[in-house]
Design a protein around this ligand. Structure first.
Ligand SMILES: C[S@@+](CC[C@H](N)C(=O)[O-])C[C@H]1O[C@@H](n2cnc3c(N)ncnc32)[C@H](O)[C@@H]1O
Length: 139
């Protein structure tokens, strides 16, 4: 982040937010550099300011990824980046040969299609972990 950047994080588990608060403090970030919001992503994101964010990183409920994309595009400034974790989820032995559970896999595929169809967006698939899909909002 830039020296005047602020990180906003949303989670449904208060203990995780407290853990994050402790980690940021331990890493030397002043309390006013982070904003930790308790709640469900699809209830909190609509309350955040349009065009005010440089990056939106998503790693919560995969079936909600298409809705997160719509929220992220509204929140990002032009040139900002939306990043989806687990975009190339590897097969899991408990979940059969198709890998991730079908509705989750379908939602991740839907994000890919939405990104391909939107001429404002530039996608980049990064081979990190289970795949990071980065989407630049170019318009
Ligand atoms: C895979 S973990 C995120 C891990 C984190 N990105 C990291 O690298 O340490 C998913 C997180 O999403 C949170 N979560 C689950 N459902 C959510 C929702 N509807 N809205 C916001 N956060 C949610 C969980 O509590 C959990 O902390």
């Amino acid at each position: 982040m830039r020296s005047d950047g602020i990180l906003t994080s949303v989670d449904v588990v208060p203990e995780y937010l407290e853990s994050a608060r402790g980690a940021f403090s331990k890493a030397g970030f002043a309390a006013n550099r982070t904003r930790l919001i308790h709640g469900r992503a699809l209830e909190v994101l609509p309350r955040l300011t349009d065009g005010a964010y440089d990056m939106v990183f998503m790693d919560a409920v995969k079936t909600e990824y298409p809705a997160y994309l719509q929220e992220a595009l509204r929140l990002l400034r032009r040139g900002g980046i939306a990043v989806f974790n687990n975009a190339l989820d590897a097969p899991h032995p408990d979940e059969g040969p198709l890998g991730v559970a079908a509705p989750e896999a379908a939602a991740v595929r839907d994000v890919g299609q939405l990104v391909r169809e939107d001429e404002r967006l530039i996608p980049l698939m990064l081979p990190v972990g289970d795949g990071l899909l980065a989407v630049i909002r170019n318009g």
